[in-house]
Design a protein around this ligand. Sequence first.
Ligand SMILES: Nc1nc2c(ncn2[C@@H]2O[C@H](COP(=O)(O)OP(=O)(O)OP(=O)(O)O)[C@@H](O)[C@H]2O)c(=O)[nH]1
Length: 280
Amino acid sequence: MPPEIQWYPGHIAKAERQLKEQLKRVDVVLEVLDARIPLASHHPQVAEWIGSKPRILILNRADMIPESVRQAWQAWFKRRGEVPYFTDAQQGQGIRAVSKAAQAAGVEMNRRRRDRGMRPRPVRAVVIGFPNVGKSALINRLLGRKAVASARRAGVTRQLQWVRISESIELLDAPGVIPSKLDNQTDAVKLAICEDIGEAAYDNQHVAAALVDLLVELAYEEILRSRYGLDPLSMTGEEYIHALANSRYQGDAERAALQLLNDFRKGLMGAIPLELPPTN
Ligand SMILES: Nc1nc2c(ncn2[C@@H]2O[C@H](COP(=O)(O)OP(=O)(O)OP(=O)(O)O)[C@@H](O)[C@H]2O)c(=O)[nH]1
């Protein structure tokens, strides 16, 4: 069977090259994950690309998961010796803590510079993450003004410039786009559901069916039942899309799939995580 989600060729290598170019220039890396799918929106090679540079871990779209799940992730990352910063870059929540963490990394860097007889300078940082996770929105919030294009469409970010976000922090105004991980279709489907996928080709009906299956698996079936008047427990995700198409869209399964995906992506189903911290 061919992979369900495919990326347009040529894009991955170029994205990796550009990302490495950006990482070379900075002291600190701000890695943005999607709080609904912190595992699927992390690329396993990030540690290798960053090397020994400090990384600040940001779970954006924190408004799209319940508080209890946020706490569960907090505890899970803490057990792994990591500190997640939860942000809502759209509304500007949690931004100050991110800036402070970058600033603290800068203090550490300047201590080392002074030890080597070098003059202190502002810490240089870059925001990286998968397409559409909210990198530009976060940069705008860190800047405190609207300077970087932010759009609902994936893959709009381009150019490269330094911007001063405080006395002690300089930021690359173009975020680093992390290339897709190609070997994990389960993660790819989650990225497609959340629209964090960039230049990929995928089948909306397949992705919407996977969303229904995931919602049932995570015991969110009541949301589907009350929103669409159809019980997902008695059928597969694929059957659900067809049932929805028959009940509302004259059998048009593509419209039903797009409606369901849009409702989820816009948060109209409520704050729903698609991943929970692993229990082991
Ligand atoms: N609900 C919610 N929406 C967000 C948040 N952050 C960003 N968004 C929205 O998500 C969409 C993508 O945000 P961008 O900032 O353009 O994402 P990006 O990562 O820069 O995207 P690319 O340029 O495609 O790589 C926009 O519609 C934002 O308004 C958030 O914390 N919560």
